[in-house]
Design a protein around this ligand. Sequence first.
Ligand SMILES: [Zn+2]
Ligand SMILES: [Zn+2]
Length: 340
Amino acid sequence: MTSKSADQTSAWMTAAPGQPLTLGRATLNALGPMDVELEVIACGLCHSDLHLVDDDWGISEYPLVPGHEVVGRIVAAGNAVSGLAIGQRVGVGWLCGACLDCRSCDAGEDNLCARPERTCVANVGGFASRIRVDSRFSHPIPEGLGDLQAAPLLCAGVTVYSPLTRLLPRAGRDVGVVGIGGLGHLAVQYASRMGHQVTAIVRGPGREKDAKALGAQFFLDNTDAGQMAAAEAGFDLLLVTVSADLDWPVYMRLLRPNGTLCLVGMPAATITVEIDNLVGEQKILTGSSIGSREMIREMLAYSAANEIYPWVVQMPMEQVNEALQILANGEARYRIVLTA
Ligand SMILES: [Zn+2]
Ligand SMILES: [Zn+2]
C-alpha cells in the first residue's frame, strides 16, 4: 500500500515555459507492476532539458521536472519486476518506457517507438528526490562506472555510441566529430577507442588541446576556409553533435563517396544538399536518435571496460538554475552533473 504522501517527491520544477526552476512537491505516477521507484543519486544536464524547459519542441507538460541522465538506487518495485533488486544502482535515460508492441519495439529499436514514454514529459524527471520508471528502462550500472561518470552516458553517451557502432562496423575509418561539447567529447573518445582516425571539427582554435587529450589525432577549425577546403573528401563519417545551422554543402564536400553525414544535434534548420552528393557520390545524410535499451546496456559495458568517462563538472541540485545557464552559454566542460 502506498499513501498519498508517498506519491509525492521534492523536485525542481517549472510551471510555465522559460521560467526558472523552483523547489516544490511533484506527484509521481502510480507505481505499476513493472515499475521501479528510484532514489536519485545524480542527474546529468542535457541540452534537451533546456529545450523542454522552454517548450521548444511543443511536447513539454507543466509542471515540468527535467532531468533524463539519472543514476539512482531502487527503493521500491512493482510485483511483476524481475531481474532487479531493492538497493541496486541503475540508470535511466531519455526514455522511461515504450509500448514494446510496435514494429520498432518488436525489432529491438524501442528508441524509435511510436508511443514513447519520456522520462521528463508527463513523468517526474531526475531533478527530483525520487522517480518512478518502467523497470525495463532502468539499466544496471557496471561496477567500474562511478555515479558521476555513469550519468552523462545515459543520454549523451548512447547518442554518440549508437551511430558510431551502427554506421561504422569496421575499424580504421576517418571520422570527423563536429563540435566538442557534452556529446562531442564522448564521441571523440569512443571513435578513437574503436580504432578510427578522429578529427575534431570545431568553431575556432580554442578546444584543440582538449580534443587531442580526448583522443583526436587531427583538428580542424571550421572558421578557416583554407583548412576546410584542404580536408575535402577526407571523411567516411561526419558526426554532427552541435545544434547550429552549418554550411551544409561544405560539410557534404568533406565526405568521400559513400560517406555519411549523421546528425545527433537538432539544428532548427532546413538542410539543402546538392543532388550529385546523393546520386553521383552515393553520400548519405541521416540522423540518429539516442539508442535502444540493448544499445544502452552495451554502451555502459563498453565504457566501463574501456575506461571511457565523461569530463564532469559536479554541482549540487540546489544550483540547477546556475547550471542550466552555464549549459545555455556553452560554457560546460563538458557535462554538468547535479548531485542530490
Ligand atoms: Zn539528453
Ligand atoms: Zn513501441
